[in-house]
Design a protein around this ligand. Structure first.
Ligand code: GTP
Ligand code: MG
Length: 273
């Protein structure tokens, strides 16, 4: 039934879990794991060849957790090696580089690869995913901001952390929350606890914020044709304002999206007779 949930054990007893890392090559998966397990950072890029495996022990509440970490190679060349390792996983560390848009855009493809390898009976709902927006120390090159990453993660019910394997920022907090969530899941019979990461906003709100971010001008932002009338602009504005008003919408980036919509309406109305 719940194939990837380890046998329920009595509280206080040890628990064995499997965790994998996923994400494009060079985003910092191995460095994140190394920073946590070995407290060090290697600046030279040493591509993972296929899979790296390690075991570590952590304490969560009164339980000792034995963690088997499978650190996957991100390069497409290693697909044949890593596809064996998706099964029987309780936790996924999904990493992108905040300075590489491609690595953020690729997150959906990573989920799709995992889904395909788990097959039609695989269930991704009983796995804890943590998204790491990595390399936040490289502020100059950053192109994916926190609200965009958080929106993607939280709209899927995933945890989200800003991390730097180089400085260590966010790494311990990320692993701690990740392991606690996995233990909660195991103790909850393999169902994601409802309290931690389930999105408190709708898909429509998340999609609208994304659409607004990517709009090319004010007409596009309000979703009206260029040359639309005052009434059409106001009608579109009211609809978006109800959807995104900060009092109603808690989605990451909603405040900025709401402000952008207000500004777009003001700019358009100025020029409409
Ligand atoms: P593959 O094994 O090929 O899939 O790559 P990976 O995702 O494991 O990347 P890896 O951890 O090997 O890191 C790639 C490069 O990014 C290395 O040169 C690291 O030193 C660098 N790097 C990793 N994390 C950070 C970070 O947080 N900040 C900075 N500035 N560099 C980082
Ligand atoms: Mg690696």
């Amino acid at each position: 039934m719940e194939a990837n949930v380890p046998k329920r054990k009595e509280p206080g007893k040890s628990l064995r879990i499997k965790v994998i890392s996923m994400g494009n090559a060079e985003v910092g998966k191995s460095c994140i794991i190394k920073r946590y397990c070995e407290k060090r950072f290697v600046s030279k890029y040493l591509a993972t060849i296929g899979i790296d495996y390690g075991v570590t022990k952590v304490q969560v509440r009164d339980r000792e957790i034995k963690v088997n970490i499978f650190d996957m190679a991100g390069h497409p060349f290693f697909y044949e090696v890593r596809n064996e390792f998706y099964k029987d996983t309780q936790g996924v560390i999904l990493v992108y580089d905040v300075g590489q848009k491609d690595s953020f855009d690729a997150l959906d493809a990573w989920l799709a690869e995992m889904k395909q390898e788990l097959g039609p009976h695989g269930n991704m709902d009983n796995i804890i995913f943590v998204v790491c927006a990595n390399k936040i120390d490289c502020t100059k090159h950053r192109c994916i901001d926190e609200s965009e990453g958080r929106l993607w993660a939280e709209s899927k019910g995933f945890l989200y952390f800003e991390t730097s394997a180089q400085t260590g920022e966010g790494i311990n907090e990320m692993f701690q929350t990740f392991y606690v969530s996995i233990v909660d899941l195991c103790e909850n019979g393999g169902k994601r606890p409802t309290t931690n990461s389930s999105a408190s906003f709708t898909k429509e709100q998340a999609d609208t914020i994304r659409r607004i971010r990517n709009s090319k001008d004010s007409w596009d932002m309000l979703g009206v044709k260029p040359g639309a009338s005052r009434e059409e602009v106001n009608k579109a504005y009211r609809k978006l304002a109800v959807l995104l008003h900060p009092d109603k919408c808690t989605a990451p980036g909603s405040e900025d999206a709401f402000k952008a919509v207000v500004n777009a309406r003001t700019a358009l109305l100025k020029n409409i007779k």
